[in-house]
Design a protein around this ligand. Structure first.
Ligand code: IMP
Ligand code: MG
Length: 215
């Protein structure tokens, strides 16, 4: 697997630092300010679970889009010192046929959302913003359920006009418009377990594409 890597675009330490900073920003946006340390309450990552201003007590419903965001969301929630719930949304990307909505479809069997999102602060989480179709479909679906707020968070955003045009609220990294894997992102469902975000050697991608067209 390591031999297939061309180069490391973002290493694990840079990811960890940025995910933590992003979690602080998300906490501030939902609470007003970071919860204070101390007090006789359960501790998470050295910070109190009780926000400074109890009236602004944050309660966030995170909705990761499967499968690519599972590692990102697992790291992110462990830096959110507030009440969080998780819903799951699975979306497949297709080239765009008459039977699919804007090239993407909801995979109902892998989708598990809370019965109601009414009045909830919802944060949609995806691994990468590319054409924006996946997040657009997900946001449309969740907006129909009348949440109090709906924000979007992506680990990566490709520097291409369609991705930039989608107004994501939180972006961990802007990257060049190239194919990357690792930290949850896949190629043919492999390489998700790589701890860094990397590019693959062209011959690996070409070989897989050739065997795909041969079958
Ligand atoms: P979009 O709908 O075009 O924005 O695509 C988003 C989905 O495509 C992501 O959730 C990924 O599953 C996949 N994707 C897009 N670019 C890459 C990439 O560079 N590596 C791995 N998966 C990608
Ligand atoms: Mg994928």
């Amino acid at each position: 697997m390591q031999a297939d890597i061309e180069h490391i675009l973002i290493d694990r330490q840079a990811i960890a630092d940025r995910v933590r900073a992003l979690a602080d920003q998300i906490t501030r946006d939902h609470c007003g300010e970071l919860p204070e340390q101390g007090g006789d309450v359960a501790k998470l990552d050295g910070r109190s679970l009780v926000p400074v201003n109890p009236a602004a007590a944050a309660d966030i419903t995170l909705v990761p889009i499967l499968t690519g965001s599972f590692i990102f969301v697992a790291d992110l929630i462990r830096h959110l010192p507030v009440m969080v719930q998780i819903g799951l949304l699975s979306i497949s990307s297709y080239a765009g046929t008459a039977t699919t909505s804007r090239g993407t479809t909801i995979r109902e069997e892998l989708t598990h959302l809370p019965p109601s999102l009414e009045g909830k602060h919802v944060l949609l989480v995806d691994d990468i913003l590319d054409s924006g179709q996946t997040l657009a479909l997900a946001a449309e679906l969740l907006a129909e359920r009348n949440p109090a707020s709906l924000r979007t968070c992506v680990l990566l955003r490709k520097r291409r006009p369609e991705a930039m045009a989608f107004n994501a609220d939180y972006v961990a990294f802007d990257i060049p418009d190239e194919f990357v894997v690792g930290y949850g992102l896949d190629f043919n469902d492999y390489y998700r377990n790589l701890p860094d975000i990397v590019t693959l050697k062209p011959k690996v991608v070409e070989a897989a594409r050739r065997s795909e067209t041969a079958t």
